[in-house]
Design a protein around this ligand. Structure first.
Ligand SMILES: Cc1cc2nc3c(=O)[nH]c(=O)nc-3n(C[C@H](O)[C@H](O)[C@H](O)COP(=O)(O)OP(=O)(O)OC[C@H]3O[C@@H](n4cnc5c(N)ncnc54)[C@H](O)[C@@H]3O)c2cc1C
Length: 363
């Protein structure tokens, strides 16, 4: 392992990881548990969705109240992973939380009632919940139901992993320059580093990666507001089209929107106006905006993660496409990716990056 993050001399490793968002962090953590040396390169989280995400795990989503993909597997796996990390890094990041879901119409409320009787949905949906005090704060036309969910402080996870990796001397804080990667038959070389594999975890910025430029990216920018709502004290997440997530004291995370044309990380006036317009319709009371955040979610066209090896070069790997649900799905897939790398466990086709074919001339 390199002793310093600033003065690297000749370094030989099994794995070089690019990107230290939730994907790169969890992958490195699993490799560490499997006694596999690694080095991470990250550009100070310059484009990190993980740093600003609300970290909500919402098992029942959409207007039709559909169970989230593989949630029965992902949720318990995520809980035990984050709790293990809490113990190791001495932090608190996981919270079981109810989501008070306000209905947009009476029909939605009826649909909800039906869903509460479906097998497999009952553990995530509660009919009864004493949250009537919310009527002082929230405009409610059609009632609400309760989803049993959770929240993870993803920003805290990534920040604490950053310190952990720095202390171990395995984090190099700089922009990875694709042009300097030399791919040889059994290894890759990057400046002074020689690795068996480079694993790219750059989040939405992967569209700039020449080895994975052929993927059908549909990344979506999201903006969020940090707001103060005086006197609103609730242990629950409120969902009315948007999410209002309790942080500390009377501060809340509010968001977020979806924007596909502007993929910068900058908060915009258009975004803020849009969010505030929605907020005014939801809230009956005054609020104050204390911060405005933006980042881009790494989304692929088929809304599935993309993990595994480059189609023609087995020294180059990918762990990305966590989309809108990185909090719940990253723990499980980081473990599967590690099992693939260390034990050759097969990656399911649905998430294998090789489901996307290279253009013919590149083969
Ligand atoms: C507004 C918003 C709200 C969200 N809310 C939720 C939520 O409530 N629940 C949920 O599950 N998900 C949520 N998400 C989605 C979630 O944030 C993502 O799924 C997840 O964070 C993606 O993690 P990642 O590690 O793949 O990417 P990132 O977190 O973006 O990390 C990529 C890292 O790679 C670095 N990097 C990129 N290129 C290079 C390079 N060339 N050299 C060096 N470093 C590089 C970046 O700086 C960054 O640190 C939200 C996203 C947004 C934008």
């Amino acid at each position: 392992m390199p002793a310093s993050t600033t003065k690297l001399t000749q370094v030989e490793l099994p794995y070089l990881i690019v990107g230290q968002g939730i994907a790169g962090s969890l992958l490195a953590w699993h490799l560490e548990k499997a006694n596999q040396p690694y080095l991470i390169i990250d550009n100070h989280h310059q484009t990190s969705a993980s740093k600003i995400a609300a970290g909500i795990i919402n098992p029942i989503t959409g207007r039709r109240f559909v169970k989230s993909w593989m949630i029965d597997t992902f949720l318990p796996f995520a809980k035990s992973t984050y709790q293990e990390i809490e113990a190791q890094l001495d932090i608190q990041v996981w919270k079981d939380m109810d989501i008070i879901r306000f209905f947009m119409s009476n029909a939605e409320g009826n649909n909800w009632l039906t869903k509460t009787t479906w097998e497999g949905y009952d553990k995530y949906l509660k009919e009864e919940k004493n949250a009537d005090f919310l009527h002082q704060f929230i405009n409610d036309e059609s009632g609400f139901g309760t989803v049993v969910g959770a929240k993870v402080d993803l920003g805290k996870v990534v920040k604490n992993f950053q310190s952990h990796f720095q202390k171990k001397g395995v984090l190099l804080s700089e922009l990875f320059d694709y042009e300097q990667l030399i791919v040889e038959r059994n290894q890759v070389r990057y400046k002074e580093i020689t690795a068996r594999k480079v694993i790219f975890c750059e989040g939405f910025a992967a569209f700039k990666n020449p080895w994975f430029a052929h993927l059908p990216y549909e990344s979506a920018k999201g903006e969020a507001l940090i707001i103060r709502i005086p006197n609103l004290q609730t242990p629950d997440i409120i969902k009315k089209h948007f999410f209002i997530v309790p942080l500390e004291d009377d501060l809340f995370w509010f968001g977020s929107n979806y924007e596909w044309d502007d993929l910068s990380n900058e908060p915009t006036e258009i975004g803020r106006n849009y969010l505030e317009k929605e907020l005014k319709q939801i809230l009956k009371v005054k609020y104050e905006v204390v911060d405005h955040l933006a980042a881009v979610r790494p989304v692929l066209k088929d809304r599935r993660p993309a993990i595994g090896l480059h189609p023609t070069n087995s020294n180059i790997a990918f762990f990305n496409g966590l989309g809108t649900k990185g909090t719940s799905i990253a723990p499980y897939w980081a473990n599967e990716m590690t099992l693939f790398l260390t034990e050759g466990k097969e990656i399911p086709k649905e998430v294998n990056v090789q489901r996307f074919k290279l253009p013919v001339e590149a083969n």
